[in-house]
Design a binder for this molecule. Sequence first.
Ligand SMILES: [Zn+2]
Length: 483
Amino acid sequence: MRFQLEGARIYDPTSSLRLPPAGPGELPRGNLQVEDGRIVAAGAELPAGGARVLDATGLVLAPGLADLHVHFRDPGEEAKEDLVSGGRAAVAGGFAHVVTMANTRPPIDEVPRLRDLITRSGASPVRIHPAAAVTRGLGGESLTEMVRLAEAGACAFTDDGRPLPDARMARLAMRYSTLAGRPLLLHAEDPSLSAGGVMRLGLAATRMGLKGIPATSEEVAIAREIALARETGARIHLQHLSTARAVELVRQAKEEGLPVTAEVTPHHLALTDEAVARWGASAKMNPPLGTAADREALRQALAQGLIDCIATDHAPHSREEKDQELDLAPFGVVGLETALGVVLTELVHTGLLDLARALHLLTAGPAAILDLPAGRLDVGGPADLVLIDPWERWTVEPERFASKGRHTPFAGAVLTGRAVATWVGGRLQAVGGRPVDDEAEGWRALEAHLAGRAGAGDPGARPAGETPEPRSLWRAERARTPA
Ligand SMILES: [Zn+2]
């Protein structure tokens, strides 16, 4: 099948398509043609030559989003999520690539299990890059065969869900991950400080009479991991930063030139511990939501280029488990279907980030950390694409999620910005925030959606008078000195 997207603003992180900017420093407008799953041509003027044409004026075309942190619960807890339902949630949210965590049942700690997962991933609509476990059975006592797991396709190593228990094991893991040539994804938590905690220690927890997790639980662990990375030279990636001081530790490590990268989740960027009173278990995750000062520090770190990517920590659980008393309910919320909308609403439309910077954090930023074949647009390369309407207003309805998970602190939120369509390898996988089951039907839905927007025009001022700074939306990423 051959199709051409016309008139979209194109976010081309590596400038591979060589499109001239539309205005000084602005995202270029252009056409992009796809045939047999690959991008075959791009240009400001491009004859359609018989391709199926879609008018994408006023929309943004970007590489399919990449998420370094998802829990698909497969194998073992497929009632919570499986490779297909998780993949459907991913493409619905605009993602073409995800990195699955290894804390399944059993965990991905042996080559045959990894091979089985990779084989079964072919049935998922999203491209799955599995991470393998650092320790056998996630037990924290003996290392997995990291070199063999890397050779078999593990893109990284992580015991996420739990921290590495002691410094000796973390140090050993760093040595072997270096031999294996893959980074460690580290969940930074000191269980001697966090044990029994439900939410962040502080005023909100005291008011609710709940046991708190101190911010130092994360900070002590991050300080340890950075010290060990300095000693071993290992590449480490710090998952889901949640405190202001954690940000400072990352800043120092980067200033020192250590190979340390970090991610932050949309929920830590959007919410504070006050959300737990309102949302209960739907705002219970690990690390917990922090204070307003933490949230501000995380936002500023993103704006300064200090944090390398946004990752969802999509962590579905069953209704029965989440409906328990708050101190019994498991940690974790879903995030794949709300991430883009939350980022656009909270960070871009508020003027904190350029659209291009936000998209970097969801495409080329994460891809670079794990050397994933993602986050770029190349003629001849795979057509992993997302078409985004940065102005579409929609209400988060968890009952309509493609994920089997329903728990999100964004239920009922009205967001501005959404993935209109997602292609993976040129195949249309989602339209209007819903996965596509029948591709022909999907194309009809997409054409109807685009026809409904016809005449909306480009300059980003739509809907009139609503959100300020319409022009800044199209600004190409400003040069940033690396932090
Ligand atoms: Zn974690």
